[in-house]
Write a protein that binds this ligand. Structure first.
Ligand code: ATP
Ligand code: LTN
Length: 342
């Protein structure tokens, strides 16, 4: 398939598992939306794939960051990923800035990316456009393309909001292959359709988000049982007291049904049957208990990692080392194909 520049043996899949790469930003406290919408899919897909997961701190600095907080957020995210079940024996976990190849690859890809296509990115149109918008924010999708292409990634599991960014990575890969010979693998986005778009508990028409001013709108992974019970008891519902899934007419109850469904892995239709004769009070109490149960083992592991951050640092350092040969090799291949160096 790759005629012009042959892939070294290491890149021809060592097993028939698909190479999967995904990234997540270290941007603060994590909530059950992050867990059920993103992290859980990584954890559940671990056995079936050859996985690389990356904490993308270089992406985080595209908006202003407090340096101390950024470091703390990187550690927190690593702990959460490990406590959630990312297993270093099955998946490689590392911090993006620990591998300089990402920035170098990003630069080369910049020179194969058009201003026009970056200007069309929906996320940039929403977040950019201010006087103080950084060049980095505009360039964010190219760095992300670099992350993906460095590891000959075949599949990129992401949320719907990132689909356009994976598509531009595909376009850049195809352009590079066309210009200099087939040097990179063209990745596919994998968007999980069912399940988890977790909505705010106080305004169920908006997604649950840590930047929400109202802390009752989200459940943090570190919230204790009492806080979780209180937040669910206050969750906005409607007045007809029927536990039915109807996103348009009953967004609050539908969100609670969805949360219970994804955290217990039970179809919504079964939950509707189970709660046909219950009132909202009982149902909210049960949803809270499901979430408390789901978080219990994660919180227990988090407490262990809190006492042993060196163990986390070691896992991340090992991860960065483990991916080094792949990253260096792809970069070398690309540089050679582009004509860089002597
Ligand atoms: P922000 O406060 O900036 O909106 P956030 O809390 O929504 O941030 P992100 O850092 O944007 O979180 O997202 C991290 C990951 O979690 C992404 O893969 C995103 O798709 C997923 N995610 C975030 N919020 C939700 C949600 N409410 N439901 C499902 N998935 C979510
Ligand atoms: N932009 C993504 C994070 C991200 C990513 C990646 C995801 C950076 N690099 C590579 C998949 C593959 C986000 O904000 N969720």
């Amino acid at each position: 398939m790759f005629t012009n520049v042959p892939f070294p043996a290491i890149f021809v899949a060592m097993s028939n598992k698909k190479r999967v790469f995904s990234g997540i930003q270290p941007s603060g406290d994590l909530h059950i939306g992050n867990y059920l919408g993103a992290i859980v899919n990584w954890v559940r897909g671990q056995d079936a794939h050859d996985n690389i997961f990356c904490i993308v701190d270089l992406h985080a600095i595209t908006v202003p960051q407090d340096p101390k907080k950024l470091k703390a957020n990187t550690m927190e995210l690593a702990k959460v990923l490990l406590a959630s079940g990312i297993d270093p024996k099955k998946s490689t976990l590392f911090v993006q800035s620990e591998r300089p190849e990402h920035s170098e690859m990003g630069w080369i890809l910049n020179c194969f990316t058009h201003m026009g296509e970056l200007s069309r990115m929906t996320q940039f149109k929403e977040k950019g456009g201010k006087k103080e918008t950084t060049v980095g924010l505009f360039d964010y999708p190219v760095l992300m393309a670099g992350d993906i292409l460095l590891y000959d990634t075949e599949e990129v599991p992401v949320g719907e909001d990132q689909k356009q960014h994976v598509e531009i990575a595909r376009d850049i890969a195809q352009r590079l292959n066309k210009r200099v010979g087939k040097v990179v693998v063209v990745p596919e986005p994998v968007i999980k359709k069912e399940g988890a778009r977790i909505m705010s508990l106080t305004d169920p028409t908006k997604k649950m988000s840590k930047s929400d001013q109202n802390e009752n709108s989200y459940i943090l992974l570190r919230d204790d049982a009492e806080t979780i019970r209180k937040k669910f008891a206050r969750a906005v519902t409607d007045s007809d007291n029927k536990i039915k899934f109807d996103k348009a007419k009953k967004p609050g109850i539908s969100n609670l049904l969805n949360i219970m469904s994804v955290c217990t892995e039970t179809p919504i239709i079964e939950l509707e049957k189970k709660y046909a004769d219950s009132n909202y009070g009982q149902f909210k109490t049960d949803v809270a208990e499901c979430v408390i149960e789901m978080l219990k083992p994660i919180q227990a592991k988090l407490a262990e990692y809190d006492k042993n951050e060196d163990k986390v640092r070691k896992i991340l350092a090992d991860g960065a080392e483990a991916v080094a040969p792949r990253a260096k090799d792809t970069l070398q291949r690309v540089k050679k194909a582009v004509g860089l160096g002597l």
